[in-house]
Design a protein around this ligand. Structure first.
Ligand code: SF4
Length: 146
């Protein structure tokens, strides 16, 4: 049986980014030729593509995911989507995530205050949940392969 890797779908060429574009990265696709690749994108199934951008905003010491223009809290929607993905894909040897994304970023996502000023850089909501659930998987940022 081939080893499994979960990869942010936009890195694989899916047109799932907020602007309807992709961030296809051939270095990553080639690095995992021997693996079974399992695409991951929590935003497109909920919000469609293209869509309003979202950000991680720290409110009362908790990171929330808020839409940029309509100021809607979509944290629960994303949590449900991500947890459902984990139930459907319970194991993978590695996980490769798109940097800086409010969902996928792994240590690279800007965390904003309520005035939308950058406080620090940390995990997007999916990377945060993945870390707690895929305890035997190696999680990496896309930049490890560039
Ligand atoms: S960074 Fe993550 S949430 Fe954003 S388009 Fe890529 S896979 Fe989807």
């Amino acid at each position: 049986m081939r080893k499994k890797v979960i990869i942010s779908a936009c890195l694989l060429g899916h047109l799932c980014r907020y602007d309807g574009k992709t961030k296809k990265t051939n270095e990553i696709i080639e690095a995992f030729e021997e693996y079974e690749i399992i695409p991951f994108c929590p935003e497109a199934p909920i919000f469609g593509t293209p869509r309003e951008r979202i950000s991680v905003i720290k409110i009362d010491e908790k990171n929330r995911i808020i839409t940029d223009e309509t100021n809607r809290d979509v944290t629960q929607l994303l949590e449900d989507e991500i947890n459902s993905y984990i139930r459907a894909n319970p194991d993978a040897e590695k996980i490769i995530l798109k940097s800086k994304s409010p969902s996928c970023g792994f240590g690279t996502t800007p965390i904003l205050n309520e005035k939308r000023e950058i406080l620090n850089y940390s995990n997007g909501i999916a990377a945060e949940i993945f870390q707690k659930n895929y305890i035997n998987s190696k999680i990496e940022d896309e930049n490890s392969y560039l």
